[in-house]
Write a protein that binds this ligand. Sequence first.
Ligand code: MN
Length: 253
Amino acid sequence: MSVLRGLLEGIGSGGIEVIDLTAPLAETTPILMLPEPFGNTVPFRLQEISRYDDRGPAWYWNNISTGEHTGTHFDAPIHWITGRTGDDVSQVPASKLIAPAVVLDFSAESAADPDFLLEIEHVTAWEAEHGPLPEGGWLLYRTGWDKYAHDQEEFTNGGHTPGMSAECAAYLAERTPIAGVGVETVGTDAGAAHSFDPAFPCHSFLLGAGKYGLTQLRNLDRLPVTGAVLIAGPLPIVGGSGSPTRVLALVER
Ligand code: MN
């Protein structure tokens, strides 16, 4: 059987489960809020054009307004100053958008300490148990934070949300073959990362190395530790620094 036919038969029979890692996109979707004097993103918004009425008797449609970095979204290298000569979101090769994914589960640690930081030792201990991080794949960092995604205040938690240390970010960027890091929080960096050295190290090191970020994922608890395949589909916004993204995982059952 061809590989693609086998894939489709697997999906049809349930032998391959398709798990949606995407948060629903609505006006209530939490957004990052930066303090003065920084600029801020707008919330996601629908603006009705017509709904089976005199503005369009047989059709319903909306305009949308959104930031690039709203809800489940993709960070392209050009998002950060360290990656300013890198790819914008439309330039990310399509072949890189289907890739293996592994899950590092630190939900218990993050529940005990909302400022929990992933360290190099956590990653190397995980590798000793499960093997090397996947070449061209995603490190999905589970913190359990998806359970707060219904509420702006709980989700951003006054700036106390888990992330990774600067040393760990540099390690992942420069010493591992991953394509990027995916998280459940509002951004790939910790809530306190504005005070790290460098500030926002996950953005600084990963995007500077031409790698990617995925944020506000959910259902990571339904993925195996290794073996899932991730499909991430950001919009190819020309010149864009990122995009809301549908993220699906294929898992063999
Ligand atoms: Mn972002």
